[in-house]
Design a protein. Structure first.
Length: 105
């Protein structure tokens, strides 16, 4: 994985399109300069493209809902199994005796 794929993204900040839309509407209303309006529209387009890029980087996006549900159930089963193993290991005499010795000291 590349370094930028593992970065945390502030979803509220990155996908907040309202300020860009508002600026575009203001530019349309206040200026008669088509170049200024074109700049705002291009800014909006680049923001949309950036959002699409971020969406494409979401892990598992290439999987269907059924595949994701199957993977989730497998992971839940593994988690349950590992928790049970951990409980069993904690109850082994080696660990319980060591714990009792520590508490007596």
């Amino acid at each position: 994985m590349a370094a930028n794929e593992t970065e945390e993204v502030d979803v509220a900040k990155e996908f907040n399109l309202l300020p860009v839309i508002f600026e575009t509407i203001q530019a349309l209303q206040k200026t008669n300069d088509p170049q200024e309006f074109t700049k705002k529209v291009n800014s909006f387009r680049s923001k949309l493209q950036h959002c699409r890029t971020l969406l494409d980087k979401i892990p598992g996006i290439e999987m269907s809902c059924e595949e994701q549900k199957e993977m989730l159930s497998k992971c839940q089963a593994q988690y349950t199994e590992k928790c049970e193993l951990l409980r069993n290991y904690r109850n082994l005499p080696v660990f319980t005796e060591a714990f009792l010795k520590e508490t007596k000291s």
